[in-house]
Design a protein around this ligand. Structure first.
Ligand code: ZN
Length: 251
């Protein structure tokens, strides 16, 4: 099956900082998810909806998950409140081919750590430092339209070592004012699903309004969208099944 005409995206946000921190609420009055979804909905080939932690089933019912081609995840203070049953359903959908983009502090989310199989810890400091994101994979679809680097004037610092499995592709490395570096854009494949981790997005800075950040997320959606309509089939095969299948296709 060819790629669907529109890529259906669900932007998931924990949505708690926006409710409890006035500074965050001022930057993102409707939540970070609304800003990300709005940017995606400006694209003709993308249709984005949102879901948040406090909705029933966290806004991720079976039908929402079934109809999501790419899921974007932002979480921080309430990772532990995400229902394990829903996490397992998301994981199964990734194995079937749903794309997953984990943003910023989603490095500690249940879904990301379970898919990675490692601790996913890092060093951090919140001091409004400048971050330079350097492109380490020129020509990759995720960096289409991005110069060889871009700058975020004020961010939270994330530093190595980042305890992730070796990425399939290294898209960005960040350097910070204080001297640390960080693998801020990485991809993996799990089953049929493509996963992109993208670091920017601390809630007290207006990072999701940044044009380069929005472009990388948009490119990431197109890259992570499933290319095939059917997951790979596993399991027992009887003697002669290849011939039988060939006869069937010849008919
Ligand atoms: Zn943060």
């Amino acid at each position: 099956m060819a790629k669907a005409k529109k890529i259906h995206v669900t932007v998931w946000n924990e949505g708690r900082h926006e409710k409890t921190n006035k500074k965050v609420a001022k930057i993102y009055p409707k939540g970070m998810h609304a800003v990300i979804a709005q940017a995606l909905n400006r694209q003709k080939d993308i249709e984005a909806r949102t879901a948040t932690l406090d909705e029933p089933k966290h806004g991720l019912t079976d039908s929402v998950l079934r109809n999501t081609n790419v899921l974007i995840w932002w979480g921080h203070m309430a990772h532990h409140e995400v229902d394990d049953e829903i996490v397992e359903k998301i994981k199964a959908r990734v194995y079937e081919g749903m794309g997953l983009i984990c943003l910023h502090s989603a490095h500690m989310s249940k879904i990301f750590t379970r898919l990675m199989g490692t601790i996913c810890m890092l060093k951090w400091r919140e001091a409004g430092e400048r971050e330079i994101l350097w492109v380490t994979k020129p020509g990759h679809p995720i960096v289409e339209g991005i110069d060889d680097h871009f700058i975020l004037p004020k961010t939270e610092m994330y530093g190595e070592h980042f305890d992730i499995p070796e990425p399939d592709e290294q898209i960005f490395i960040s350097s910070f004012e204080g001297g640390e570096v960080f693998r801020s854009g990485c991809t993996w494949q799990r089953g049929n699903g493509r996963i992109f981790y993208f670091r920017p997005g601390h809630e007290t800075y207006p990072i999701y309004y940044d044009k380069n950040v929005q472009l990388v997320i948009t490119n990431g959606v197109r890259w992570a969208a499933p290319a095939y309509g059917r997951p790979h089939a596993y399991g027992h095969r009887e003697v002669g099944w290849i011939e039988k299948r060939a006869r069937k296709t010849r008919k």
